[in-house]
Design a protein around this ligand. Structure first.
Ligand SMILES: Nc1ncnc2c1ncn2[C@@H]1O[C@H](COP(=O)(O)OP(=O)(O)OP(=O)(O)O)[C@@H](O)[C@H]1O
Ligand SMILES: [Mg+2]
Length: 270
């Protein structure tokens, strides 16, 4: 099943909120699991008062030794329960040192876990920087979702990384406009596609632009563990937008294991 990487390049546009929102609204058959891979450290343990163990450290250790990704997640994931909704999450310790140590294992010898045949993995990759240890994960991902607000500063930073992002996720790059931008999605798509075509000599269709997400303090606060979910919280605008996003992503999400994932699974089978 697909691996979705969620990342951003500037500001705090709502990447972790989006990763959890996607995990909560994923179709049941996707069996989504959110894995905190932010090299700056995780947030969900503190936000949702989860246990320190199991964590990404346990996922990486299990990934090294297991040939069955399903069992790995059964032991490494915890549940975030928001009223009637539950998301499976693999938390990462704050600080980031353990995440930075775990990432090469998860994208190297243990990478069959990220390409699990029976789980959709949503990886919160945090802020992108040159030399970030999440680049190998972006290359493994079926879809790379870059959250950016449609503002001059954030788009300028995004353009700086666009070449590498297009190369890392060729045809699978989605720029998801976060809440609080000023330009419409069509203008952002025109500017980014022109940049790819003219300055990077690439295929303009390599960039999909979706969103913008609505500004929705209440839903964001529920996903951030600051507010208890009300009875109808899943109908809040941001939650509805995440549910729609799965529909918008469907055409670019592989339904069958990708060739790359299939190869990896075969390799991992003793
Ligand atoms: N659509 C939204 N509407 C209103 N507030 C939002 C929205 N999305 C996120 N927020 C708020 O923005 C803040 C940052 O969100 P989040 O933690 O998801 O950012 P991030 O991009 O992961 O950055 P970082 O990893 O540095 O925290 C939080 O307070 C969150 O509640
Ligand atoms: Mg974050």
């Amino acid at each position: 099943m697909p691996l979705l990487a969620v990342t951003y390049v500037k500001g705090r546009p709502g990447a972790t909120t989006t990763a959890l929102g996607l995990a909560v609204t994923a179709p049941a058959e996707a069996r989504a699991v959110l894995v905190e891979c932010d090299p700056a450290g995780g947030d969900l343990m503190r936000r949702h008062e989860l246990a320190a163990v199991p964590s990404l450290v346990d996922l990486a250790a299990a990934a090294r030794g297991s040939s069955s990704p399903a069992n790995v997640f059964a032991t490494a994931a915890q549940a975030v329960t928001l009223r009637e909704a539950t998301a499976s999450v693999v938390v990462a310790p704050a600080g980031g040192a353990q995440t930075r140590a775990a990432l090469p294992e998860l994208t190297g010898v243990g990478r069959a876990v990220l390409a699990a045949a029976d789980r959709t993995v949503v990886a919160d990759c945090g802020r992108l920087a040159p030399g970030s240890p999440v680049w190998p994960l972006l290359r493994l991902a079926d879809v790379v979702v870059v959250v950016a607000r449609a503002r001059t500063d954030e788009l300028a930073h995004l353009r700086e990384h666009l070449g590498e992002l297009v190369d890392a996720g060729a045809g699978r790059l989605v720029v998801l406009l976060g809440a609080g931008g000023v330009y419409p999605a069509t203008d952002v798509a025109d500017v980014l596609q022109a940049h790819v075509a003219e300055e990077l000599a690439g295929d303009p269709a390599a960039v999909n632009v979706l969103g913008p997400l609505p500004h929705d303090r209440r839903a964001a606060a529920v996903l951030g563990g600051e507010l208890v979910a009300g009875r109808r919280w899943r109908r809040l605008p941001l939650m509805a937008a995440y549910a729609r996003l799965w529909i918008d992503l469907a055409p670019i999400l592989p339904t069958e294991p990708t060739e790359q994932a299939a190869d990896i699974s075969t390799e991992a089978t003793p």
